[in-house]
Design a protein around this ligand. Structure first.
Ligand SMILES: [Zn+2]
Length: 389
């Protein structure tokens, strides 16, 4: 009797199994079909930041038994998809947040379902750039920050001023870009070309017309003491200028010159910016590219703004020299020092001691020759000094 029941159960089970394997719904094992309670695993790999144009999303669906039907929805509308890759042309949908839903079921009797969601932030609209202070004008020998603002956060900017191209990679909504006209740059209109990319990569371009107006510069008659005249050797001058031009041409980030400058020493101007010199009554020199401040030897010289010392060494014409990089092409230089109190590479804050006033190099008496360079272009540093120095 027991044997018969046992045999009957055996044949029944075997029969059900045989029937099942003939049909094999979804091709899973009987155990999977009957007892699986675990839903599939669904994973969406979508870009997190704003995106534009065609976007590829990867969808991973797996199950401990077997995956059945998988459906994809964008903002609850079904999407045709050849998984695991999902190609979405975001240019065909509005800018903003879009919900991507993936729904997958397994082939078990319980039909376990799993769902995953991701948000696609789409943006196919270029940023709108503007210049609040338009029109822009600078005088010869003047440097001025030109403020560029965007209606949305930017990931990258590129500026072209003259033959200088400056790329800026940072998350910002605007930037003050310094433009300068040298004392001998011809008056007229020059263009500041701006290109900017939002976080999705949409590009915008803007041209800022900058009017360069004539500046007025005096003539100084400078006696050169015997013994210093050899320093006027054009080759010595040219070599030192090339060396410094290499220093001033480096563009670093971030800018540390925001706000106004501290004046490195306070004293009368003995030779103005842009003045042309007649050495020992001779022919007119090139314009004076800095401002001379007449103060006693040993007067402490402070850094005009935050930055990093990029040069601190004796030069033939300029004597003991310090150059500070304030970022985004802005440099200040301090010449003829009796003592240098900073090292190359040192970070300085506005007001930090950089050295002492002296008369080293080509100087007829103690004074500080102070320079401002903007992408190598010399401009009057006194224009950047705030009311409280
Ligand atoms: Zn000078």
């Amino acid at each position: 009797m027991v044997v018969r029941v046992g045999a009957a159960l055996f044949f029944l089970t075997a029969g059900v199994a045989l029937a099942f394997y003939t049909v094999r719904p979804g091709g899973v094992s009987l155990t999977c079909y009957l007892v699986d309670r675990e839903p599939p695993q669904v994973e969406i790999q979508a870009p997190t930041g704003p995106v534009r144009g065609r976007v590829t999303v990867t969808v991973g669906v797996s199950d401990n038994c077997r995956v059945g039907e998988t459906r994809v929805y964008l903002d609850s509308r079904p999407l045709e998809a050849a998984l695991p890759q999902l190609d979405i042309d975001t240019a065909k949908i509005s800018d903003g947040d879009h919900r991507l839903t993936v729904e997958a079921a397994d082939v078990s009797l319980r039909h376990n379902v799993a769902r995953a969601e991701a948000v696609l932030k789409t943006d196919n609209t270029p940023p709108v750039l503007s210049v609040p202070a338009n029109p822009v004008s600078v005088k010869q020998g003047e440097a001025r920050p030109v403020e560029i603002v965007s209606n949305e956060p930017l990931s990258r900017l590129e500026f072209r001023w003259g033959d200088v191209t400056v790329p800026v990679t940072a998350n910002l909504s605007g930037l003050a870009f310094p433009v300068a006209a040298g004392p001998t740059d011809p008056p007229g209109t020059r263009r500041l070309e701006v290109a900017a990319w939002d976080q999705a990569g949409n590009e915008a371009r803007l041209t800022v017309e900058v009017r360069i107006q004539p500046g007025a510069f005096p003539i100084d008659y400078v006696p050169v003491p015997l013994g210093l005249t050899s320093l006027l050797d054009p080759q010595v001058l040219a070599q030192e200028e090339r060396y410094l031009a290499g220093v001033f041409s480096q563009v670093t980030w971030p800018p540390g010159w925001g706000g106004s400058f501290r004046q490195p020493v306070v004293g009368p101007v003995s030779s103005a910016f842009g003045s042309r010199r007649s050495y020992a009554g001779g022919v007119l020199s090139a314009p004076h590219l800095g401002v001379d401040l007449a103060v006693p030897a040993g007067t402490p010289v402070i850094a005009a703004a935050n930055g990093r010392v990029v040069l601190a060494e004796p030069l033939k014409v300029r004597g003991n020299a310090v150059v500070i990089d304030h970022g985004l092409g802005v440099y200040t230089a301090y010449y003829h020092l009796s003592e240098v109190r900073v090292r190359p590479g040192q970070e300085v804050r506005a007001g930090d001691l950089v050295g002492m006033v002296g008369s080293t190099g080509l100087a007829t008496g103690p004074h500080l020759h102070w320079e401002l360079r903007v992408f190598g272009i010399p401009a009057n540093p006194l224009d950047w000094v705030g009311p409280n120095h």
